[in-house]
Design a protein around this ligand. Sequence first.
Ligand code: PMP
Length: 413
Amino acid sequence: MQNTLQHTALDVEKVRADFPILKMQVNNKPLVYFDNGATSQKPKQVIDAIAKYYYEENSNIHRGVHTLSQRATIHYEFARETAQKHINAAAVNEIIFTRGTTESVNLVAHCFGKLFIEKGDEIVVSEMEHHSNILPWQVLCEEKGAVLKVIPVNENGELILEEYKKLLSDKTKLIAVTHVSNTLGVINDVKEIISLAKQKNIPVFLDGAQAVPHMAVDVQDLGCDFYCFSGHKIYAPTGIGVLYAKAKWVEKFEPYQVGGGTIKTVTFDKTVYADGPLKFEAGTPNMEGAIGLATALNYINEIGLETISTYEDELMQYATEKLKQLAGVKIYGDVKHKAAVISFNVNNIHPFDIGTILDKQGVAVRTGHHCTQPLMQHFNIPGTIRASFSFYNTKAEIDIFISALEKAIKMLS
Ligand code: PMP
């Protein structure tokens, strides 16, 4: 095993000590966790923050005059500010807490669709989208008689921007694309996508689920109308996510779900809804999730997103080179501009078979279509093996993965 990370600023052993689960053995082998694209592991700082909330603060927020309720409210709203700063939103009221990326897409499809989509309108997505950024738009189009248009990808798994340009017309009402592909790791040129859309005054929704864990994101610099991500992919708990919506949309949109927490006044004749994000956060929200999310964002900011990006990039380059040395390996989306994800297949071996044998050796990767069936159809494959890295992974783990893979190939060939 080779020593890791002498050339970067990241102290990986210190970082690894923060993640209790990384010490586990799986199938009597040290766990090598390369399924970070599906969900990340949690540092003890996040686990402790959630435990502290239940030990010392648990109380319902926003409506209590008592001390615990006020404390919980302050922490929940402080988490909103932390999320705002993290993606550099202009105002805290532009941050809506949701259950995650999927709910964020559904929220915007519902609210935007209700007010602005009519028969014959067009919504543009891309061929590489996660199902969560296809289905809500597909359903909206079916309901309204609108048309879903698709930006194709080329053989490298990059969006074909020339084709995107051709799709833009007076009928186009919204563009919804992913910032980073969960299957390929390809980073899309979202600035160009937004700039072309802006020339025609078309709002842009970005799915940031796979971008936010790997790079600094500045929504004002990007100029998007909507941006979303999931807590669980960024070292925070499940069941919490962030939807950024420009203030004008927060103001215009009607509530997505209604109930307690969304209102100013209710009578049997008329309800007046709250201003700002509370209008969309019906019912008792995920307080501990928000607190865990803020803790996770602070945690990665302490390490620094540039340090994280540089380190993860090093891991990805290292793994890519090693994989390319194995006969029969085909990498999908092998481009320069990508985040720490590698999708590949080996000859005609089914990805599930390789994944199962890797697991027996303690190596966790994801296999299958990664909720991107249209992209699999594009490549004419049932699925891929996806290794996705985090800053707590090491080159030594990549060595283990490669030798486990060699064993699997030998057994299955
Ligand atoms: N979009 C992308 C790009 C994703 O990677 C994922 C999760 N795999 C989702 C959307 C859905 O996220 P969630 O399940 O957290 O709602």
